[in-house]
Design a protein around this ligand. Structure first.
Ligand SMILES: [Zn+2]
Length: 457
């Protein structure tokens, strides 16, 4: 197959090029008109020819609180493909006392044969007793080199600082990386208690149970622990300008550049706490942790992402139907499952609100959404780049087309978080390992099925 007449985006910016694909692999990227070979010719005139995007942080089939993540593995991965994302990294979440390898088998069992895009798994660790830490090296060998720990969610997922330090030592020793949810579980629990004791249980109160100081404190603590232990660290879903400043400072002063990374998620860049005040449904859709923050934080985070102080633009996609969130809300905001959608919207929304507005150049956009997540998460040789030898995961993106909200056609998507934003552009066609999975903005039904991707840092 030859994709002709389009514009690719390299580290130097957009450039016209033809792309040759043989079987499941990109074999050449040539000057326009220079491509030769057999097979169908795809006319990409006027279109951007992008590498399939990589989302380093999703929760597709998450059993949580009162429901499961709305769309599940199949539907969420369909949304990913329709949004131009061909690879995601989700999580294996062990139950209390469950050995980590068993959790991995269980979560692979849910995804394999169902998921439509390629995927890897981070392994969540909520317990450092028993054999849990000793199980880490074998998992790294098997292609699971990234683990996740929580300073948030007291009584459920939270590790104390002492436990977190032990986890970081084990992860570091195994040559792996730790991802951390940095909010202070004690501080959040105390704030939540005050709100509930005073009858403030409606969804609009959710952000007050996650004060800014809680994230800032946890970010400072985890950066200290990373410095002490030497463990490579990605702080996920950083939501405050203040958190970014702490990361910047530690990178500069501790000589830890290259081992400390920051992730920002779509909703913290382009949505803000105003949604909690704009009606019951909007507030419900916006219930996620850390919560949406006051206006201004998004701009600071975007500037940090553009300047390279943050590394990844992910989604933390964890989408529950509005009906599920609404039913749970009767028991007070703490019962509402946390999470927002975004995997269908990440590329178009970030293109419209960062690239079209001139805040981010196209090369950096592709770096933060495709290349860098693949590189940081151990997929550097296969995913995230339009170059010979890489998987033929290719997206034809029409930057001028009108965007069609809700590509899955569901009326109950909490993804409506994004509706109403000034968004243009459309993912037109997508190939996964050389097979066309989206044509004209619709699933072809010719899904090869997603593959589990062993990763190596
Ligand atoms: Zn998450």
């Amino acid at each position: 197959m030859i994709i002709k007449g389009g514009t690719t985006i390299t580290a130097d910016g957009p450039r016209p090029a033809d792309v040759i694909v043989e079987e499941s692999t990109i074999t050449a990227v040539t000057e326009p008109g220079q491509a030769t070979g057999a097979g169908p010719i795809i006319d990409a005139t006027g279109l951007w020819v992008l590498p399939g995007a990589v989302d380093a942080h999703t929760h597709f089939g998450m059993p949580l609180g009162s429901g499961v993540s709305s769309l599940g593995w199949q539907e969420s991965s369909a949304a990913a493909l329709l949004g131009g994302t061909t690879t995601i990294i989700d999580f294996a979440n062990p139950t209390v006392g469950e050995p980590l390898p068993e959790a991995v088998s269980k979560w692979r069992g849910m995804a394999d044969g169902v998921i439509l895009c390629d995927y890897g798994l981070h392994v969540t660790v909520t317990d450092v007793s028993g054999d849990r830490l000793a199980e880490i090296p074998a998992l790294v060998e098997q292609g699971l080199p990234t683990f996740k720990g929580f300073l948030a969610y007291k009584g459920r997922l939270m590790l104390s600082l002492v436990e977190m330090k032990r986890l970081m030592e084990a992860v570091h020793q195994a040559g792996a990386m730790l991802l951390v949810h940095a909010e202070d579980g004690e501080m959040n629990a105390a704030a939540e208690r005050v709100l509930l004791d005073t009858g403030r249980t409606a969804p609009c109160w959710h952000p007050l149970a996650h004060p800014d100081e809680s994230e800032v404190k946890a970010v400072a603590e985890i950066l200290d622990l990373a410095t002490v232990t030497g463990c490579p660290l990605t702080i996920v879903h950083m939501s405050l300008g203040q958190s970014l400043e702490l990361l910047k400072k530690t990178r500069n002063t501790q000589g830890r550049d290259g081992k400390l990374f920051g992730e920002v998620c779509l909703h913290h860049l382009f949505a803000d706490a105003g949604l909690y005040e704009s009606g019951h449904e909007a507030a419900l859709a916006a219930i996620c942790s850390p919560p949406l923050r006051t206006e201004g934080n998004g701009d600071e985070l975007l500037s940090g992402l553009v300047a390279g102080h943050l590394d990844l633009l992910s989604t933390d996609h964890c989408e529950f139907p509005l009906t599920v969130k609404s039913a749970a809300a009767g028991g007070g905001f703490p019962r509402v499952p946390n999470g927002c959608g975004g995997v269908a919207e990440r590329m178009v929304v970030s293109h419209s609100l960062a690239v079209v507005t001139g805040k981010m150049d196209p090369a950096r956009w592709i770096e933060t959404c495709c290349h860098r997540p693949a590189e940081l998460m151990g997929l550097a040789s296969r995913k995230g780049q339009m170059a010979p030898g890489f998987d033929a995961d290719i997206v034809l993106f029409d930057p001028l087309a009108e965007y069609r909200w809700d590509p899955l056609g569901s009326s109950d998507r909490a993804g409506s978080l994004w509706a109403g934003l000034p968004v243009t552009g459309r993912v037109r066609d997508v190939w996964l390992r050389g097979r066309q999975v989206v044509a004209g903005g619709k699933l072809t039904g010719d899904q090869p099925g997603g593959e589990f991707l062993p990763r190596h840092l």
